[in-house]
Structure formats: structure tokens, C-alpha cells
Design a protein around this ligand. Structure first.
Ligand code: ADP
Length: 346
């Protein structure tokens, strides 16, 4: 009976969010503990000290809803305030008012990850979403060039950096914070510091989507970024060659290991359309990424051609959607963005 009641309680709590961190109180949330004994329910919710008052409304709501469950005789809810932040909640330091944080990742460099990030961000902005684009590629930040940004961000009166806005998208790049020409070995703590600065030290405002362009690969830095970016999910970009797919597989496994949902796999540079015969030529073989997605049971989001205009648009800082949203390549991006939005909602 207690088991059944516990399940019903979680069915209620999972719809309520921590008012400060916005995390839902579901079964995996470590900040809520529920004990049911002989119909008596004891719940303890961990909160930060001095913030108890923010939770009072939530406590009343939970009490009233839980006491209606059949078999429940009493409901007791206590707030446990800790002086120090939780040891395992270091990522709470990262705060950003954003509904969906999506990382764009790839197993190796040069497969079109940043190009995808830019065109995905512009596709979302095209449908009226408030979008931020965070270039976390510590090995070669390219978003400023692809978004046609020349300046450096300035700080406001609260000492927060103002993102540079291009094509209605708020952009911030690690390239603004570090000297990209000086080679550095990025260790976890350094990445954490830079990431924290790009979350908390930037005046993002309210966003519907934050798109993060991750560095390529699956090393210590990537793992730290994936683990600490509070991701809604990740999208993996690969080219069709076996060698790229082997690396993409490592990316898939990295996200699985840290429990970040994989929204899908995109195959870039899949084929080339010949100007003369207008046929698709699958230069690097066909269907590899799709098979890979099936094997790992992750959604396959589609394929994008090798397109000379896309390369020129990237180099000139005019994303495809901005240049011509009715072009065939723009339509492919808009279609993939649409699929991603639907995958997230479902
Ligand atoms: P990554 O972020 O994976 O290192 P980039 O997005 O920087 O890769 O792309 C590498 C190069 O390939 C850039 O010059 C970019 O313009 C080009 N590129 C990316 N995708 C395509 C494509 N589908 N067709 C043609 N050129 C592309």
C-alpha cells in the first residue's frame, strides 16, 4: 500500500518545480525525500538557507494535493536548509533563464558542427523564438565569424557582459574571453570557470533556446561542459564516412554516460548535387548515420548536402536562413529545426 501511495505522491510532486532552481520534484531529484508509513507521509525538501519563505506556497499546495490521495492520513513536510550548497550540486551555480539548452556536438572537428549550430539557431529565431548562441568551442571558436560579429562584448553596470546581437540572436563566444591564439590545455576546472562566466556573467535575459556549440571530441573538457551545462539534450553532427561515425559513436556514448538525452543525429555533407545533371551524388557512401542512429536507438534528424553556398555564407557571416530562407538548404534546416522542436515537446 505504501508503495502505491509513494507512486501517487510522485505523480503529484513531479509536476511541481523547485521555485529557485526550476527543477521538477521527480523520482531522480535528490532534493526531495519521501517516506510513507501506515498512511503517514513525511516529506523533506532541501532548500538553501535564508530562502525558506520562497517555498511556503509550494508546501501548502503539496500538502493539500497529497492529503487527497486514498489511504493518506497525515502529511508532514519539512524544509531542510543547509548552510553550504550541496556538494553534488555544484552545477546549481550555473543559472540562466532558458527553457531549452541544447548542445551541438561532434566526435571530430570540421564536420560542420558550428555551421549547424548557427543555422539551427537562425531557424529557431525565424519562427519567433528568443534564442541565445553560446560558442563554447575552446579549440576554435568560429561563431563570431559565422554570425558576422566583429566587436567585443561590453559589461553593463552589474558587471555582466552584454551578448552581441546578430540576426536577432544573442551571441557569446569563448573567443571573447580567452586568447585563442595561445594554445592551452583545458582541464575540467578551467572549463567550469569559463562556463560559469558565460552563464552567470552574461546578461542573457529570458531565452526560449540556448544553443551551445561544444568543442569537438569527447575529452575532459567536453565531458565537463556536457555535465555542467544543464542540458535539455544534445544533437550530434557527423559526416557519412566510417571514420567520422566511429567518433560520433564516442560522442553518443559520452552523453549516455552522463545521462544527457540525445535529441538526434544529423548527417552533414551527405551528398553533392551536380549542377549539370542535378542528381545527388553520395560521395562518402550513403545511409551510414541513419544506420548508426537506428543501432543506438536515437532519432535520425536528416541529411544535409555538401553545398558550396553554405560554405560561402558561413565564411561571409550570413547564415543560409538569413541569406535566403526559401533556398533548398534553408528549407532542410527549417525542417530539421521543426523536428527537433517536436522531439523536445514530446
Ligand atoms: P566544425 O564546427 O565541425 O569544426 P564547421 O561548421 O566550422 O565545422 O565547418 C567546417 C567548414 O566546412 C567550414 O568552412 C564550413 O563553412 C564548411 N561546411 C560545413 N558544412 C558544410 C556543408 N554542408 N557544405 C559545404 N560546406 C560546409
Amino acid at each position: 500500500m505504501s508503495e502505491k501511495i509513494l507512486k501517487s505522491i510522485y505523480n503529484i510532486t513531479k509536476n511541481h518545480k523547485d521555485p529557485l532552481t526550476n527543477e521538477f520534484y521527480n523520482e531522480v531529484n535528490k532534493n526531495i525525500s519521501i517516506v510513507v508509513k501506515n498512511g503517514n507521509v513525511n516529506i523533506s525538501i532541501s532548500v538553501l538557507s535564508n530562502k525558506e519563505s520562497v517555498y511556503l506556497e509550494l508546501v501548502d499546495l503539496l500538502k493539500s494535493e497529497i492529503s487527497k490521495i486514498e489511504g493518506v492520513f497525515s502529511v508532514n513536510i519539512i524544509l531542510t536548509a543547509e548552510k553550504k550548497p550541496h556538494k553534488d550540486n555544484a552545477n546549481k551555480r550555473f543559472s540562466i533563464d532558458c527553457d531549452n539548452i541544447i548542445a551541438i556536438a561532434s566526435g571530430k572537428g570540421g564536420v560542420g558542427k558550428s555551421t549547424f549550430a548557427v543555422n539551427f539557431a537562425t531557424s529557431l529565431a525565424n519562427s519567433g523564438k528568443k534564442v541565445g548562441l553560446l560558442d563554447a568551442d575552446i579549440y576554435g571558436p568560429s561563431i563570431p565569424r559565422m554570425m558576422g560579429i566583429n566587436g567585443k562584448p561590453i559589461a553593463n553596470e552589474n558587471k555582466k557582459l552584454l551578448p552581441l546581437v546578430s540576426y536577432n540572436i544573442k551571441c557569446m563566444s569563448i573567443g571573447f574571453l580567452i586568447d585563442v591564439d595561445t594554445p592551452a590545455i583545458w582541464r575540467g576546472p578551467m572549463v567550469m570557470k569559463a562556463l560559469e562566466q558565460m552563464y552567470n556573467g552574461v546578461e542573457w535575459g529570458k531565452l526560449d533556446y540556448l544553443i551551445i556549440d561544444l568543442p569537438p571530441g569527447t575529452g575532459d573538457a567536453q565531458l565537463t561542459l556536457a555535465q555542467n551545462s544543464k542540458l535539455t539534450g544534445s544533437i550530434i553532427i557527423s559526416t557519412p564516412q566510417d571514420i567520422a561515425l566511429i567518433d560520433a559513436r564516442k560522442g553518443i556514448n559520452m552523453f549516455k554516460k552522463v545521462n544527457v538525452p540525445i535529441i538526434g543525429l544529423v548527417e552533414n555533407m551527405s551528398y553533392f548535387i551536380c549542377d549539370d545533371c542535378n542528381k545527388k551524388h553520395y560521395i562518402f557512401s550513403n545511409g551510414g548515420a541513419k544506420k548508426e542512429a537506428e543501432k543506438f536507438n536515437i532519432p535520425y534528424l536528416g541529411e544535409l548536402p555538401l553545398d558550396i553556398n553554405l560554405r560561402i555564407q558561413s565564411d561571409e557571416g550570413r547564415p543560409a536562413i538569413i541569406d535566403n530562407k526559401n533556398s533548398s538548404i534553408s528549407k532542410l534546416y527549417l525542417n530539421i529545426a521543426n523536428k527537433i522542436e517536436n522531439n523536445i515537446k514530446s
